[in-house]
Design a protein around this ligand. Structure first.
Ligand code: FES
Ligand code: ZN
Ligand code: ZN
Length: 321
């Protein structure tokens, strides 16, 4: 991994990575310093984590969640991990292996929760039973289980590995629909409210190429394969569109997302439609909700009563054999 003839901007040693958005190449050491600085800046700017907070990292076994866990532990934060088994066939089995190995090698605490064992359903079954898009059934389940693990374990803050590419793609989707509700809530920090834990995204200043490079340089083994049932979804299409823009104008992605945070987000009314802030309590679980029974309890009820659906049934058509 070296860019023949290119030199690090900081020390003139042979470079290992080019970062067109910074108009620079970096050696391994200075690239890692840049990653640490970007994470520290995000944490500082948005008051994401206090030094004595107990932190829970939502871990998938992919590059972003393992990179952010590594960066936080290296920076001295007390950070444990939580992994949720979603029942997505081999993909879930492999991703759990990567999460477990990462934690074991570094003697870190990893909490594991299995959807089937705890709630009697998996993501393919939930998607089929409720008619939801698989990623939506998955997201709803993960959010609830992460929140619950944080509250049960007495953690102060939940960290997710969303990076600049993820956030810019979500922003593009919300903007294309002018979805003011979502735009008003698309911030890298959700404060603790109504019994829900604080949630933060320390990787918003790093791209997924940078988190992959971080893992490579730090010898972090991660699951490279993307979720098979997410293939072809709109979010990936928005990422591809932004990558096309970025190739022609390096820095466009960061300018789009951080420009939104700096200049647009403060102008949008903070809407009160967030379920987290709802005044009602779910009749089943007692969590805040805008209806009688919360979306998660309705999903559990429908999915657990459905016969199990194999993952092959929810793969995008072109991936089925
Ligand atoms: Fe949630 Fe793929 S990981 S749908
Ligand atoms: Zn250097
Ligand atoms: Zn409920």
């Amino acid at each position: 991994m070296a860019y023949i003839g290119s030199k690090c901007r900081a020390c003139k040693a042979p470079a290992v990575i080019d970062l067109p958005q910074h108009n620079a190449h970096f050696c391994a050491d200075h690239f890692q310093q840049l990653c640490r600085r970007q994470v520290a800046k995000a944490i500082d700017e948005f008051e994401m984590i206090d030094p004595d907070d107990r932190v829970l990292v939502a871990v998938s076994g992919g590059k972003d969640s393992l990179a952010v866990w590594d960066l936080l532990v290296e920076a001295g934060y007390r950070a444990d991990g939580v992994y949720v088994g979603l029942g997505i066939g081999d993909y879930s089995n492999e991703s759990e292996g990567y999460a477990r190995r990462f934690a074991a090698e570094r003697r870190l605490e990893l909490i594991t929760v299995d959807l089937s064992e705890e709630y009697g359903y998996d993501v393919p079954t939930a998607a089929t039973a409720t008619g939801r898009v698989p990623c939506s059934a998955c997201g709803l389940s993960k959010r609830r289980l992460f929140d619950r693990a944080a509250v049960d374990g007495g953690y102060d803050v939940v960290v997710t590995g969303h990076n600049l590419d993820d956030e810019a793609a979500v922003l593009l989707g919300n903007t294309l629909r002018w979805d003011l509700d979502y735009l008003s809530r698309q911030l890298p920090v959700l404060t603790a409210v109504n019994g829900f834990p604080k949630k933060v995204k320390p990787l918003i200043r790093l791209t997924e190429r940078e988190t992959a490079a971080w893992c490579l340089l730090r010898n972090i083994d991660y699951l490279v394969e993307e979720c098979p049932i997410a293939a072809g979804n709109k979010h990936l299409g928005y990422k591809a569109a932004l990558n096309t823009l970025e190739a022609g104008s390096p820095g466009a992605k960061a300018a789009f997302y951080h420009g939104f945070l700096d200049r647009m987000a403060p102008l949008i009314d903070r809407r009160s439609t967030s379920t987290r802030a709802a005044a009602n309590r779910c009749l089943r679980c007692g969590d805040p909700t805008t209806t009688d029974v919360c979306a998660f309890c309705r999903l559990v009820e429908t999915a657990a009563a459905h016969e199990p659906v194999p993952v092959e049934m929810v793969l995008p058509k072109r991936r089925r054999r």
